[in-house]
Design a protein. Structure first.
Length: 52
């Protein structure tokens, strides 16, 4: 499920930028930041707890 910068993360995990594949770690309840290259659209979240 895609996510965008400015949205609240519903779960802790790593988002990968849809444009440059940069990884951004977010904690549940935090606002999703822009990627280091300034993009705001993310693809699938990975590394969710319980999936390791
Ligand atoms: Zn990016």
């Amino acid at each position: 499920m895609a996510a965008h910068a400015g949205e609240k993360a519903q779960k802790t995990g790593d988002f990968y930028c849809a444009h440059c594949d940069e990884k951004v770690h977010v904690t549940a309840g935090d606002t999703i930041p822009k990627c280091p290259n300034g993009h705001s659209e993310y693809g699938t979240r990975r590394n969710e707890p319980g999936n390791a």
